[in-house]
Unconditional design. Structure first.
Length: 162
């Protein structure tokens, strides 16, 4: 897996590849994750965390926190990667059989950006979020929840969210 990152840029080439998408659909079929009309429902939580009291510059702590979150949600970690930045900041990405969990931190601002992207029957990203929230102790946070539907051609020509 290749990862390149400037302070505001992350490129996960593996996530974009068709091969990875095929594995996701295969996993869903094997684990009865397809819902009505053979559509795969994927739940995603994007979380901005502010005024975090947890150690946002500790690579090991952040990796272990995300691994615990993945375990508690019932997800299987396939690959993990971490990157420390200078002078501060850490990125941790867990590639899961059920998609991914990632975090990017800016300790100098006590800020972290979290993405919990989970598929699978009965797998709830909020379970992972509760583990991470407990560890990082943000005083404020903003959550955006998204449901992605794979296999649906759509009843719409164009839909835009702001």
């Amino acid at each position: 897996m290749e990862i390149s990152r400037g302070r505001g840029y992350l490129n996960l080439k593996m996530v974009i590849k068709h091969e990875w998408r095929s594995r996701l659909i295969s996993f869903a079929l094997a684990n009865n994750s397809l819902g009505e009309n053979n559509m795969l429902r994927i739940k995603e939580m994007l979380v901005d965390m502010y005024e975090c009291e947890g150690d946002l510059n500790n690579e090991k702590f952040l990796c272990e926190t995300l691994e615990t979150a993945a375990k508690n949600v019932g997800a299987k970690v396939i690959h993990k990667t971490t990157q420390r930045f200078s002078p501060t900041g850490v990125s941790v990405i867990l590639i899961l059989a059920e998609t991914h969990i990632s975090i990017h931190t800016w300790p100098e601002y006590r800020y972290a950006a979290l993405d919990i992207f989970i598929c699978g029957e009965g797998k709830n990203p909020e379970v992972a979020w509760n583990v991470i929230k407990e560890a990082l102790k943000p005083k404020k946070f903003r959550i955006k929840k998204i449901e992605r539907i794979v296999g649906k051609q759509g009843d719409f020509e164009h839909e835009e969210s702001r």
